[in-house]
Write a new protein. Structure first.
Length: 243
């Protein structure tokens, strides 16, 4: 393994995929955030917690401009960190992944990680806009979500390790075993403690665009890392000849 080439591929792939994710979020998610925060502001005015004054809107607009301007940079940074994890897992599992080239292998791995680390947790705890959720339960909700990601991810890893001990039908064993395991965990995990009070049209549309935003990252990281890996071959050892 050529370490320097590997690091460059991993970092660039993660940064590119994260940037794509940030751009997608900026384009399709931010409008729904504006709607949700607008409802939240109106609730604050109605309850008397805030006053509808020019000073409030100046401060609010300044905060939103700062928040939006950092959207793409935040995606790039997050993508780089997750890309590093993806690259390490790809390097370790590359030889056992299906596909006749590294692009296909990387896309398969990104699909597996999308399914186990995002889709399954998303189905249990779907994304909600800012106006949904009690601020006092944010820590509990974060713990539940991150715990389920860990359960799903480590569960998939455990069944993958177990599958190596079987000679025949190992894919079937992995799928059935993981399916039963994650189904039990899915129903055993507590439900989201917050009641949804926002308009369901807004909530459902926000969930759809959030789903598309995260999916864009996993599709991008698989294609980009696979392309660079296929072209540069960091797994190939260099040979030096002497005359």
């Amino acid at each position: 393994m050529r370490t320097f080439v590997f690091l460059i591929i991993v970092l660039i792939s993660g940064a590119f995929a994260g940037t794509i994710h940030g751009v997608v979020n900026f384009v399709i998610v931010e409008p729904y955030l504006d709607q949700a925060i607008g409802i939240e502001n109106q609730n604050l005015f109605a309850s008397g917690e805030e006053k509808d004054t020019p000073e409030f809107w100046v401060e609010y607009e300044g905060y939103r401009v700062w928040q939006k301007s950092g959207q793409i940079l935040a995606g790039t940074i997050l993508g780089t960190s997750i890309g590093a994890l993806f690259g390490i897992i790809f390097a370790l599992s590359r030889n056992s992944l299906p596909g006749n080239n590294d692009v296909k292998k990387a896309v398969v791995l990104s699909g597996i990680m999308w399914f186990t680390l995002f889709l399954i947790p998303f189905l249990k705890y779907p994304a909600n806009p800012p106006t949904v959720g009690d601020p006092e339960t944010v820590i509990l909700r974060s713990i539940l979500y991150l715990s389920f990601i860990a359960i799903s991810g480590f569960g998939a890893l455990a069944f993958y390790k177990l599958s190596k001990k079987f000679q025949n039908n190992r894919k079937l064993v992995v799928l059935i075993g993981y399916g039963v395991f994650i189904s039990v965990a899915f129903f055993a995990m507590p439900e989201n403690p917050d009641e949804i009070t926002a308009p369901m049209d807004l909530v459902n549309e926000f969930r759809i665009v959030s789903f598309l935003g995260v999916t864009s990252f996993w599709v991008s990281i698989g294609l980009i890392l696979g392309f660079f890996w296929n072209r540069l071959g960091p797994h190939k050892e260099t040979t030096t000849s002497y005359n």
